[in-house]
Write a protein that binds this ligand. Structure first.
Ligand SMILES: Cc1ncc(COP(=O)(O)O)c(C=O)c1O
Length: 391
């Protein structure tokens, strides 16, 4: 549990909470004071010293080690990318796939994952979609009927952006291990909010951006590639990917061996400003703890579900703890409600199935109360306007 004092201190870190009811962290995190400070001091170093690059790079390596800790991985298994999509595309092009092989996804999964694999159709790779309802979570059973001897990869979002399902990576990871399949996970919506253990879950590759649960601006992604998957080879390389980078900066055709670790997938300069921000963000997350953040958002979720029941508003995703976490999509017509929430300074997202409310470490039970009273008032307002239209 997050103590009331700690929660108050965390909330202070997010000035946006004083200006609006922010329930949209699954879209984009608001920035914390400490992240802003980290970015400003990076900028000042750039102004004053034209960039102490070796210092920046050393700090980036410390951040790599901290990111690895988040996933129970080793730093050698982490590469920095620019976003989730880049990581997923790196995976799709690194796995040795031949014409006739197939990859299994969930129907309706985030398009950034789907397109990374659909793009392989031009190589003759088949992409299979397992159907799933919005209020169900995927387990090994979801994928099993679609797997045959030519299946090489199972890939899915850990938490879905459109209904908030938390898929059962435990059974899926076990299935992939038994069948010798690569498991590629899009952790964009779970990193920083749900503890992740890539080893226990048998994940081969995990990709995530950092602008939601990892609390920094867009433009930085993290990629986990399990040590030992040497058959995964990069489609793109630069000097930083090389096993023996030439000290004289002259590339020699006879030595183009790439590194053994995940850095073979990292090419060129990385997003140093955002990595400085990420260092501050990880400190903030660590000051609370990911398990505690998860418990906190789940408790707020319990309160939200109870309030929604009173208001007779249903959610499109699952209701059971363990199957949902911090994303709740309210079955309210977007065309009627999106503007209404915006007018009332409530920041939420329109989604396929309704209005998405997403919770973060800085949200409180009072936020849920306030949301409920805004919905109650909206129900009256909307009922009146529907009555007027019928008149
Ligand atoms: C599950 C999931 N994957 C990926 C993304 C975004 O992809 P990228 O980080 O490449 O912009 C989102 C949302 O922004 C998401 O919800």
């Amino acid at each position: 549990m997050i103590s009331p004092e700690k929660l108050a201190a965390v909330r202070e870190q997010f000035p946006v909470t004083k200006r609006q009811l922010y329930l949209d962290s699954a879209h984009q995190t608001p920035l914390s004071l400490s992240v802003r400070e980290a970015l400003l001091s990076f900028l000042n170093e750039g102004y004053e010293m034209a960039g102490p690059k070796p210092v920046w790079v050393r700090r980036a390596e410390e951040t790599r080690a901290n990111v690895a800790r988040f996933f129970n991985a080793s730093p050698s298994e982490i590469a920095f990318t620019k976003n989730t999509s880049e990581g997923l595309n790196i995976a799709a092009n690194a796995v040795p796939l031949e014409a006739g092989d197939n990859v299994v996804l969930i129907e309706g999964d985030h398009p950034n994952n789907a397109y990374a694999w659909l793009n392989l159709k031009r190589k003759g790779v088949e992409v299979r979609f397992a159907p799933l309802k919005d209020n169900e979570v995927a387990t090994a059973k979801t994928f099993e009927p679609f797997i045959d001897e030519r299946t090489k990869v199972v890939t899915l979002s850990h938490v879905t952006f459109h209904a908030g399902q938390v898929h059962d990576l435990t059974s899926i990871g076990k299935l992939c291990k038994e069948r010798g399949l690569y498991l590629v996970v899009d952790a964009m919506q779970s990193v920083g909010v749900i503890p992740l253990d890539v080893k226990a879950l048998n994940i081969s590759v995990l990709a995530a951006g950092t602008h939601k649960g990892l609390l920094v601006p867009q433009g930085l992604g993290v990629l986990y590639v399990a040590d030992g998957l040497d058959q995964l080879q990069p489609a793109y390389v630069a000097m930083s990917s090389m096993l023996n980078p030439p000290a004289d900066y002259i590339a020699r055709p006879e030595d183009i061996a790439v590194r053994k670790d995940a850095l073979r997938f990292e090419f060129g300069n990385v997003n140093l400003p955002d990595l400085h921000a990420l260092d501050a963000a990880i400190r903030l997350i660590d000051s609370v703890g990911v398990p505690e953040i998860q418990q906190h958002v789940n408790e707020l979720g319990d309160t939200l579900l109870a309030k929604l029941d009173e208001l007779r508003v249903s959610v499109v995703g699952p209701r059971e703890r363990g199957q949902r976490n911090h994303i709740y999509v309210l079955d309210l017509p977007v065309e009627m409600w999106a503007d209404y929430f915006a007018r009332n300074d409530v920041r939420v997202s329109p989604e396929r199935g309704g209005i998405r409310v997403s919770l973060a470490m800085f949200n409180t039970a009072e936020d849920i109360e306030r949301l409920a009273s805004v919905i109650r008032a909206g129900q009256k307002e909307n009922m009146q306007s529907v009555a007027l239209q019928l008149d």
